[in-house]
Unconditional design. Structure first.
Length: 194
């Protein structure tokens, strides 16, 4: 790879290395093969309903627990929250000792201000601090299922190493069946912290 760092394991593999999801890890919008995801307002309504049911169940400990098993209530609430907000956020260890924050969300804006029923693009943001490269904030935008745009905000010393790895990144992306539509490198700024 470009950095010489070990590759990040898939989310399922990372879980075996002590990864602790800190937010929504759901099979929500887009992962169940549905033609159109439920509208955000419907998901928000369902989320509110489950929250209210959870409060009701807490108040009446013996009432109607058959609707959602108690051990699944937190997971169902996370999935519905993911549907309502339209994004998945994961924080944990990419590999032992390497913290990672990862956010994925549909980029469904349409020209003219409308929104698509099915997102044609996805945006992913990764925040990590690597031993040799320092702090990185990587923005990935996948559109049309094959076009990838990459923007990396980096600590100043890492710029030359990242630039040197640009050709290798382009080759890896091409071998994966994607087209690198753009690669932008810039120093970290105030907008990247947080």
């Amino acid at each position: 790879g470009v950095t010489g760092e070990p590759p990040a394991a898939p989310a399922g593999a990372a879980a075996g290395h002590g990864a602790q999801p800190q937010a929504s890890l759901a099979g929500g919008a887009g992962s169940q093969g549905a033609a159109t995801p439920p509208p955000a307002h419907a998901a928000a309504g369902a989320y509110a309903s489950v929250q209210a049911q959870g409060l009701s169940l807490a108040a009446n400990s013996g009432a109607a627990t058959s609707a959602i098993p108690s051990q699944l209530q937190a997971l169902v609430q996370q999935q519905l929250a993911t549907l309502a907000q339209g994004a998945v956020v994961w924080a944990g260890q990419a590999w032992p000792g390497q913290e990672l924050e990862w956010r994925i969300e549909p980029d469904d804006s349409q020209p003219g201000g409308g929104q698509a029923a099915v997102p044609s693009a996805w945006t992913s943001v990764l925040r990590l601090d690597l031993p040799r490269l320092g702090r990185l904030v990587v923005h990935l935008r996948l559109s049309g299922h094959t076009e990838l745009r990459v923007q990396v905000a980096h600590d100043t010393p890492a710029g030359s190493a990242l630039r040197a790895g640009g050709a290798a990144l382009r080759e890896s992306v091409t071998q994966a069946g994607l087209r690198l539509d753009g690669l932008a490198l810039r120093p970290l700024g105030a907008q990247d912290h947080g």
